[in-house]
Design a protein around this ligand. Structure first.
Ligand SMILES: [Zn+2]
Length: 387
């Protein structure tokens, strides 16, 4: 009898194993059935054009299973595009509550949630998530938080973020933004009566220490020096600017000439203009011609400009050539002046600045493009109508 019991033991064990397996299978089956049922309901409502109920069912399903996270991220993006921010936010918040999501999914979900919050005007909540992501060295959060601080004009916060996570800021576009944050903060200090002028200069100098050099700190430091009547220092910063960024030459060329004149060393300015001739536009060529005229070589200036305009046509260059010719041609002076007036009136209607990123044009210099919100993308116009 005991032998029979021993023989039955493996049978009992096998039975227990099979039953247990079936019970787990049944549970999984029940779960799948529930998911499929909710999913079908959601789709049916959508197909019946009862979109609200359909979407509610799909969101409810998310509470049951977050296996297909990707689908939900797409769904949330769809809601955001339709302007249904509350639903996008709900999906992202629910996703973030799911246990055992991997870190990449959590981070992209937090970023998407922050973007929902920004669109919904909940800037504090957006900032909270973005700061967390930057602290976790998540580079994708840099541009949204830079844009957020640009929008709220919280320059100091942007500067502090940079100073505590400097390693992340390797790209030119991030450096340009932070350099401008330093400059904006410096200008605020300049305007405030409680701060010493040195405090503002210190901020501008700190902007020069960023991993990538950008235009504005050099531009502002030159003006800062000029404000203190330090012409030598202004020349120092602006020479750096014009040699590193030929596209920005028209921003400072006139002031640079004034600094040299004040120091009675204008010949050095003309030498600099000579050096810049190969790399820059029509404004430098006009300055070069002015130098020739001053030295009594008007005919040489006319020849140089005529030749240059054949290769690179420019309305501003043409206008200057008319002025030069008018001084030499007494007979046609009034006609040439009349034509020049027409050309100058035409040039005045052309925008002085253009965004290299989105094409926005303006008569005023903006460091932050009002259209595409990028920093330092607006520069003096180029081409036939430009500088
Ligand atoms: Zn732009």
């Amino acid at each position: 009898m005991i032998e029979l019991l021993f023989l039955l033991l493996p049978v009992a064990a096998a039975y227990g194993y099979v039953m247990g397996k079936n019970s787990a299978k049944n549970q999984a089956h029940e779960q799948n059935r529930k998911i499929t049922s909710e999913y079908s309901k959601g789709l049916k409502f959508l197909l019946d054009r009862e979109e609200d109920q359909g979407l509610e069912h799909l969101i409810k399903l998310l509470e049951v299973s977050a296996d297909s996270v990707e689908h939900y991220l797409i769904l949330a993006t769809l809601f955001r595009k339709r302007g249904e921010l509350d639903r996008a936010i709900r999906i992202h918040e629910l996703l973030l509550k799911q246990p055992s999501l991997d870190i990449q999914v959590i981070q992209s979900c937090k970023l998407a949630l922050a973007e929902d919050y920004i669109m919904a005007g909940l800037l504090d909540s957006a900032e909270e998530h973005l700061v967390e992501l930057v602290k976790a060295d998540y580079e994708e959060a840099l541009m949204p938080i830079i844009q957020l601080y640009s929008q709220t004009r919280e320059w100091q916060k942007g500067v502090s973020m940079y100073e505590s996570h400097a390693d992340l800021f390797t790209e030119q576009v991030y450096c340009a933004a932070i350099a401008n944050f330093y400059c904006e903060a410096a200008l605020e200090y300049q305007a405030s009566e409680n701060q010493s002028p040195d405090h503002s200069t210190d901020y501008l100098e700190r902007a020069l220490k960023l991993p990538k050099t950008t235009i504005r700190p050099l531009y502002e430091l030159g003006h800062d020096a000029l404000g203190k009547e330090d012409n030598v220092k202004a020349i120092y910063y602006w020479r750096k600017l014009v040699s590193q960024f030929p596209c920005a030459i028209p921003l400072v060329l006139q002031d640079l000439q004034v600094c040299y004149q004040r120091l009675n060393i204008e010949h050095e300015f003309h030498a600099l203009v000579n050096d810049l001739l190969k790399t820059s536009g029509v404004l430098v060529k006009i300055k070069h011609c002015e130098g020739l005229v001053e030295a009594g070589h008007t005919q040489q200036a006319v020849a140089y400009l005529t030749d240059s305009l054949k290769r690179e046509p420019s309305i501003r260059g043409f206008s200057f050539l008319l002025k030069l010719l008018a001084t030499k041609q007494d007979k046609f002076q009034s006609v040439l002046n009349e034509v020049d007036n027409l050309v100058s009136a035409y040039v005045a209607t052309k925008p002085d600045y253009q965004c290299r990123n989105c094409g926005f044009t303006s008569h005023k210099l903006y460091w932050l493009c009002p259209s595409c919100k990028s920093w330092e993308s607006i520069l003096p116009s180029q081409g036939v109508d430009g500088y």
